[in-house]
Every structure is written in structure tokens, then in C-alpha cells.
Write a protein that binds this ligand. Structure first.
Ligand code: ATP
Ligand code: MG
Ligand code: MG
Length: 281
């Protein structure tokens, strides 16, 4: 296969998104597998994308957590921009949910807690992910969960950042403020994680639509059907947690990821949680 940086031997393609292609590769020096994310060739002359790619690697590299894919190296060679990272031998949470139809409450809670731990570490370091969706969560057979793709992550302190036209996230997981193209902060990640939990327990995203715009509009305007509407066996406690994440009004959502994490752990450990019904629906 092709060699990058005189040390990474490309083995096979393992994924691709809007911005990049991801390959499994072998590091010759350390004799281990790595994943290499390569900026799509149509963007190599686009300074905005190159900067975005650089910011992605810097945001992810500033974090160190068992539930976040580690960054090892970056480089550019013959106009190929690449990020070398930990290789996760698993599948995306999207694939996993599709295969299973939906996940059990126990497994959904376990995965949600691990994603929330990752976000807690990111938020502590003032990084907002902004693209939390099942395609960006990797799960392994032995139950490890890793958040990847900090492609549109931002330092939480950067003010008045607006979404530029080339921000391509999936609208199914967009918070209302993100759908409006407005200011997004940690609470936007909480909304997106709420949608991911919703999808794990029901096997469906809250809104379908003919176009990204119509789905985005629903996140702004339409009420989300409570998960128990689709499956009456879903408990009140997990439902209230999900509904408190996907509140359109940011002030009604969990104030921070720690509060959400604490409620998730209480439900896992079968302790009471304290959410007032009237603030939820
Ligand atoms: P998006 O369109 O969501 O912005 P992207 O172009 O930024 O995507 P990534 O999400 O980073 O690309 O990676 C694309 C896919 O490659 C992932 O959905 C996943 O299937 C796979 N992948 C990414 N990172 C890894 C990794 N470290 N180990 C294994 N597979 C990975
Ligand atoms: Mg992605
Ligand atoms: Mg991305």
C-alpha cells in the first residue's frame, strides 16, 4: 500500500464522511495499527477546510480520555493533509443501532454515560464537540465507546462564532440554536446527546423530513414525541432524562453535562432522580 510520512502503510479504507476519508494503516516504527483521516482531495486548495482540519486535530489532541479517540500525529505530504489517530476496531453506533433495531435500556444507559464522560472531559477543557451523532461514536465488541470527529468542534470561549456554509453536520441531531445557525455552546452537545439516546432506545430519530431544511425546522418548531409513545415499556426516569436534554429552550435543558451524567448514573444504579414533570413536556 501507499506510505505516508515515511512510516504509515495504508491497509484499507474504513470510513468516510463529508470532509475526509479514513483508512486503517500500520505504523512501521511502532508496529501497530492506526487510523488515518485524510482531507478529501476536493478541499486541498480550500484554505477554510485546511484550517478546519487543523483545528479539528488541535481540538482533539488537547484532550486525553478513554472515551475519546486519541490523536497521535498530523502531517501534510504532496498536498495530502492527514491526522493519525488511535485505531478503533469496532463499528459506528449508527451501524450498531441499525443492526439491533434498537438497544436495551441498560446498554443505552451504559453508552450514554460513556459519551457523557467524554463530553464532560471536553467541556472541562472548553471544547464543544458540535457534531455528536451516532456516526461519530465508535463502539467495540468488548463494550468500549469512543467519541471521534471533532471536525466542527470549537473552543467554548470563542464568542459570536456563526456556522459558515461549509459546516456539514447531520441536521437530525442539531439543537434548535444550531439549526438556526446561531451561537452554540455546551448545551448544544447536551441536546445532540439527547437525540442519540432517543435513537438508542426507540430505534428512530425524532424527526424525519424530505430535506435537511425541513428536519432543521422541526427541531426549531415541533415538539418531540416522548420515547414511550413508541415503546410503552420505556421507564419514566430514562424518558425524563432524554426529554430534559432535548428541550428547545436552553434554560430548561440540563445546565451542564455533569448534571446529566449524575442523573444517568442514578438511573443506572436504580436511585431516584428528581425531575419535575411539568418542566419536561
Ligand atoms: P462527517 O461527515 O461526520 O463530518 P468526517 O468526514 O469528518 O465525517 P469522520 O467522522 O472523522 O469523518 O470519520 C468517518 C468514518 O470513519 C467514521 O464514521 C467511522 O466509521 C470511521 N472512523 C473514524 N475514525 C476512526 C477510528 N479512529 N477508528 C476506526 N474508524 C474510524
Ligand atoms: Mg463524522
Ligand atoms: Mg466531521
Amino acid at each position: 500500500g501507499k506510505i505516508l510520512g515515511n512510516r504509515y502503510e495504508i491497509v484499507e479504507k474504513i470510513g468516510g464522511g463529508g470532509m475526509a476519508l479514513v483508512y486503517k494503516a500500520r505504523c512501521r516504527l511502532l508496529n501497530r495499527f492506526v487510523a488515518i483521516k485524510i482531507l478529501r482531495s476536493e478541499f486541498i486548495n480550500d484554505e477554510e477546510f485546511i484550517n478546519k482540519f487543523r483545528r479539528e486535530s488541535q481540538a482533539a489532541a488537547s484532550l486525553s480520555h478513554p472515551n475519546i479517540v486519541s490523536i497521535y500525529d498530523v502531517g501534510v505530504e504532496d498536498n495530502v493533509y492527514y491526522i493519525v489517530m488511535e485505531y478503533v476496531n469496532g463499528k459506528t453506533l449508527k451501524q450498531y443501532i441499525r443492526e439491533q433495531g434498537k438497544l436495551s435500556i441498560e446498554e443505552s444507559l451504559d453508552i450514554a454515560i460513556k459519551i457523557a464522560e467524554a463530553l464532560s472531559h471536553a467541556h472541562e477543557n472548553h471544547i464543544v464537540h458540535r457534531d455528536i451523532k451516532p456516526h461519530n461514536i465508535l463502539v467495540t465488541e468488548d463494550g468500549r465507546v469512543k467519541v471521534t470527529d471533532f471536525g466542527i468542534a470549537r473552543a467554548a470561549t470563542a464568542s459570536t462564532v456563526t456556522n459558515t456554509s461549509n459546516v456539514i453536520g447531520s441536521v437530525h441531531y442539531f439543537s434548535p440554536e444550531q439549526a438556526r445557525g446561531g451561537y452554540t455552546d455546551e448545551k448544544s452537545d447536551i441536546y445532540s446527546l439527547g437525540v442519540v439516546m432517543y435513537e438508542m432506545v426507540t430505534g428512530r430519530v425524532p424527526f424525519q423530513g424530505d430535506s435537511p431544511i425541513s428536519v432543521a425546522l422541526k427541531h426549531i418548531q415541533e415538539d418531540i414525541e416522548p420515547p414511550s409513545y413508541f415503546d410503552s415499556s420505556i421507564s419514566k426516569s430514562i424518558e425524563s432524562i432524554i426529554m430534559k436534554c432535548v428541550q428547545k429552550d436552553q434554560s430548561l435543558r440540563y445546565g451542564n453535562i455533569e448534571l446529566l451524567l449524575s442523573d444517568l448514573k442514578k438511573v443506572r444504579d436504580r436511585e431516584e432522580i428528581d425531575i419535575e414533570d411539568n418542566t419536561i413536556f
